[in-house]
Design a protein around this ligand. Structure first.
Ligand SMILES: [Zn+2]
Length: 351
């Protein structure tokens, strides 16, 4: 199987995949139930493998496992929160994705957010509120102990990462993060999983597992784009400066044009390179790379379900803009179809 490091060394963009949830929604029996539950049956696994194959046929060089929701917190909402289910949903997804990836393509293990608000974020919100002399937040947050610390999420993320890596993936994307504290916990968990797998001879000592990270910024506020939790692009660049991600960037957010704006901000921030920090260089890769996965616009509800407003032609134009602005890994998020990725891959083929 190809890995992200190899793909990054090649000239031109690395085409990633598009939306998993939108593509697998027709096969989900209960609306809102996580698509990773498909990985628990033979029939479901066939559908998911066909989905992975569609990315490969559309031109994706790398694609994600359908494990965005395959963590204990999201599975709990579907009353499927036992460790065996979690393990199987991730392990099978990785195994099937690696099979489809073959020699040429790269299967990437997907780790999404817990969906919880962590204590550190609430503490920061309280600080901001008190600095602004606002009582709104302070009234709502009665007891900080009700919120889990970011550190307490580590075992959950570690279980997911272990299952994905044991299933065969050697690249992980931590995505759609809204909290730098949670992102840090997920990253730490993946490193702990790698260490444990090596100690238990389930991963050879010289094998590398690369990690990428994206946060979801809303570019709606052009002056101060931020995540749902209030983290800004500079918070992200600063907090992840020395974490060793092979690629950092943004996914989803407002829409594809908004994400292009975010990329410009990230690129400018990266150029600043404060003198008190060592220049961030990957030992075998050189400078780091940006990964951008925009969604296909705001969904409009129609009789046949949500329809996304940005056409494949527009997605292709945005993909070229994104490449020209400095992104190396380009894919899509919510609503991005196989046709969108094919149009993006075609437009980028000559770059
Ligand atoms: Zn999305």
């Amino acid at each position: 199987m190809a890995n992200i490091r190899e793909l990054l060394k090649r000239p031109g963009p690395v085409i990633f995949d598009g939306a998993t949830g939108t593509a697998l929604a027709p096969f989900i029996k209960e609306a809102g139930s996580p698509s990773c539950l498909l990985n628990l049956t033979d029939d479901g696994r066939e559908k998911v493998m066909a989905h992975y194959e569609n990315w490969v046929e559309s031109g994706s060089k790398a694609f994600l496992t359908n494990t965005f929701n395959a963590n204990s917190w999201r599975l709990k909402l579907a009353n499927m929160n036992d460790p065996n289910t979690l393990w199987e949903a991730n392990y099978n997804a990785a195994k099937d994705a690696v099979t489809v990836a073959g020699i040429e393509h790269c299967a990437v293990g997907d780790i999404g957010p817990s969906g919880l608000q962590v204590r550190e974020d609430m503490e920061e919100k309280l600080l901001v509120a008190s600095a602004r002399r606002q009582n709104i937040h302070t009234d709502k947050i009665s007891n900080l102990n009700e919120y889990p610390t970011a550190e307490s999420l580590i075992p959950g993320f570690k279980l997911q990462a272990s299952a994905l890596i044991e299933g065969g993936v050697r690249d992980i994307l931590i995505e759609t993060m809204s909290s730098i504290h949670e992102l840090g916990a997920a990253n730490r968990a993946v490193h702990l999983a790698i260490n444990d797998l090596k100690l238990n001879n389930k991963l050879s000592p010289d094998e590398q597992v690369s990690i990428m990270a994206t946060m979801s910024f809303d570019a709606g506020n052009a002056l101060r784009p931020s995540t749902f939790n209030g983290n800004t692009p500079i918070d992200f660049i600063d907090a992840t400066y020395s974490l060793g991600f092979v690629a950092r960037g943004a996914n989803c957010g407002n829409n594809a044009y908004g994400l292009h704006q975010i990329l410009l901000i990230l690129r400018d921030l990266q150029k600043i390179n404060p003198t008190d920090k060592p220049k961030r260089i990957m030992p075998d890769l050189g400078p780091e790379f940006f990964i951008i996965k925009p969604n296909a616009g705001k969904p409009e509800m129609t009789a046949s379900g949500p329809t996304y407003t940005i056409s494949p032609k527009e997605m292709a134009t945005i993909a070229v803009m994104t490449w020209e602005a400095g992104a190396k890994i380009i894919g899509g998020c919510c609503g991005t179809t196989y046709a969108d990725i094919a149009a993006m891959a075609n437009a980028l083929a000559k770059r």
